[in-house]
Write a protein that binds this ligand. Sequence first.
Ligand SMILES: C[S@@+](CC[C@H](N)C(=O)[O-])C[C@H]1O[C@@H](n2cnc3c(N)ncnc32)[C@H](O)[C@@H]1O
Length: 421
Amino acid sequence: MAADRTAPLFLPCAGGAEALLAEEIARLLPGLRLDAQRGGVALHADIIDTMRLNLESRLAQRVLVEVAEGAYRDEDDLYALARTVDWTRWLTPRETLKVDTTAQRSPLRSLNFAALRIKDAVCDALREASGERPSVDTHRPDLPLLLHLGSERATLYVDTSGAPLFKRGWREDKGDAPLKETLAAAMLAAAGWRGTAHEGGALHDPCCGSGTIAIEAAQIACGIAPGLRRRFAFERLAPFTAPAVRAAWQRLKDEAVQRAHASAVPIFASDVSFRMVDFARRNAERAGVAEAIRFNGGDALERPAPELPAALPGTLMVNPPYGERIDPKGSRAPRADAALHAGDGAQRQAADDFFPRLAAHWKRAYTQHPAGWTAWVLSPDMKLPGRMRLKEARRVPMWNGPIECRLFRFDLVAGSMRGDR
Ligand SMILES: C[S@@+](CC[C@H](N)C(=O)[O-])C[C@H]1O[C@@H](n2cnc3c(N)ncnc32)[C@H](O)[C@@H]1O
């Protein structure tokens, strides 16, 4: 990657978030041609924009620079493909590398062996150029490489991010089923929530767990770049260590720091578990948004709706407890005594009651607000609207890792429950 030229990039993202990622990139880097593909977005960008994408993208999992692409049938073809790259521009023998592999319908039997052949190609190239070989470091390599194998073609990337971008550097405390930060950001993007009175209004997560949704939302509302509190692999890669590029990186970070401002809309987060609220509060402090979020303990089935100015709409954004045991009061009950007395069947029944009760509570507490509340619920249960007796206004396909989900939108207006009609 040369400072004065563009290179092909691929930014992978959660399944279902490709179009949202393309919209995000178009906002960050207007005027570039973007190709939203299955699993990510391809584009050409220069070295500064590569750093900017690492710093600013909330939806991308990584920023990959494509260094070689071609047809392959066996591991020798992969070795030959990797030898087409001038590796002396990326690392010296004193540095370390690591090769990860992903595959879709690849005919190869061993992905480990494929990775080994790429590693051999890089090491041989450096040995021929300098007489020494770099070594492998699987934990903190200087040069992380990613090999993607399709059925007939292979692509080799330099991973400029290193640790995946959902690792923002602030979530040290987490509960049982935390959302990836990138997925929380995708939920907000799908809802069109941008942290202003006109784009989503106030935000409330009544089952906040470690606070991922509220913290992502607060950073958006405060203009805080998601990558400000972490490091990236590119910071140690040769093309990015040229003085002019380093200076540009410092400028990007300075601009991001100066951009931060107070949130224009209130953000609320609560959870029935006080321990979770405490976790969420500490995470918010690390993320620089503790002031922007009002935390509370409380049962989502009982808490009154947050009070809002009459003209300000509200957005409920929930990743509800799912497949967990929930007792009728809403608190999770993996307690030995409860299991003994209630039995598994009774607890299952209580869990089944949670969603209709949540919907009934929303109808009582959230439909009176003049500017209205809109609820967005992420769930793997395709029949959730029926179980809540609510008609969804939208269902957006989204993958939570390997789990296919829908983000359901419910407009909470008086009479919105099916049973009321
Ligand atoms: C799937 S987790 C949410 C994870 C969260 N999005 C995160 O990233 O950490 C569901 C949360 O709902 C909470 N919960 C369960 N029943 C509840 C209730 N009745 N009221 C409020 N919160 C509840 C649990 O304590 C748990 O933290």
